[in-house]
Design a protein around this ligand. Structure first.
Ligand code: SF4
Length: 299
């Protein structure tokens, strides 16, 4: 099946993008592996590809379509959604906009395209604090992740920030007990966690990083052992890129079942039958593009 995937990819002039949380076999097959925005940017820079197969969840494939509207973007399983993104619904965000007309809506990239289209600006977990600090508004509505919002509040105390009540159920599974046990077992290890983890976990960690930030930190740090507080798929890349270092999941490995919906077989069928194509209404696409591109003005 892997040989067939490679053949179809060439024949159809396709590229395969895989998120850091995908299963190792898919990461190894992909042309690029990264976080959602790195991948979407990559897709828009590849001039000769006609098809982008996005191995990740739906909002990521949508983001790739927004930044590469002329390409055919495929998601191998349409049920691969993100419960966090679904916690900010279009109508509810509109109501918040009406309630706080002078506030800027800052949307984490983990939002659906319709919500991006009514946001003032987007951000990633790597730049959320910088975007919030630099936008020309004193009042911010930050959505959808309340833990990332808490992290931003610690860094940007000069602004009034209203947090949306969403969360990632995968990152919320990390416990204080797991951090304490990891410290006992690996006293020399560096514990790094994602800002989608609960504030109690963030406070106990040695550092808080996005997935791309964790990859950078693992390379640059003198530590030899790392305890990783994010979805366990990232460990594959951390180990591959730093074979001389050791990486362990914080507590039991935390798995995002949505990310794991993409299998080699579904990837093969996606390429073969060119399914499932991501299409967005032109006005949603155009407006969402503005909020994504505006992010670059504030970082
Ligand atoms: S890990 Fe959390 S935020 Fe990421 S896709 Fe899964 S549910 Fe969504």
């Amino acid at each position: 099946m892997i040989e067939e995937i490679l053949r179809l990819k060439k024949e159809k002039e396709a590229i395969i993008l895989a998120h850091n949380y995908q299963i190792p076999e898919i990461q190894d097959l992909a042309d690029f592996v990264g976080d959602s925005l790195e991948l979407a940017r990559k897709a828009s820079q590849v001039k000769d590809a006609k098809i982008i197969v996005f191995c990740g969840v739906k909002f990521m494939a949508e983001t790739a379509k927004i930044l590469s509207p002329d390409k055919k973007v495929l998601l191998p399983d349409l049920d691969a959604g993100c419960p966090l993104a679904d916690m900010a619904k279009y109508q509810d965000v509109l109501k918040m906009k009406e309630k706080y007309p002078d506030a800027w809506i800052v949307s984490y990239v983990n939002t659906n395209a319709d919500v991006k289209s009514i946001s003032d600006v987007c951000c990633t977990s790597a730049n959320a604090d910088i975007v919030v600090r630099n936008v020309p508004a004193k009042k911010i509505i930050f959505l959808p992740d309340k833990n990332l919002c808490w992290y931003v509040k610690q860094k940007v105390s000069e602004k009034e920030i209203i947090c949306w009540d969403g969360y990632c159920f995968v990152h919320r599974k990390f416990t204080v007990e797991e951090v304490k046990k990891a410290r006992e077992k690996y006293p020399n290890a560096e514990i790094i966690v994602h800002p989608e983890c609960d504030p109690e976990i963030q406070k106990l960690a040695d550092g808080i990083y996005s997935t791309s930030g964790m990859l950078k930190r693992a390379k640059e740090s003198n530590s030899k052992i790392f305890i990783i507080g994010t979805e366990e798929g990232l460990l594959h890349r951390l180990k591959k890129e730093n074979p001389e270092k050791e990486f362990y999941s914080l507590g039991s490995g935390k798995i995002c079942p949505n990310m794991k919906k993409i299998t080699i077989e579904k990837l093969y069928l996606s390429l073969k039958e060119e399914k499932y194509e991501i299409n967005l209404k032109p006005d949603i696409l155009e407006k969402a593009k503005v909020s994504l591109e505006r992010m670059l003005e504030y970082v």
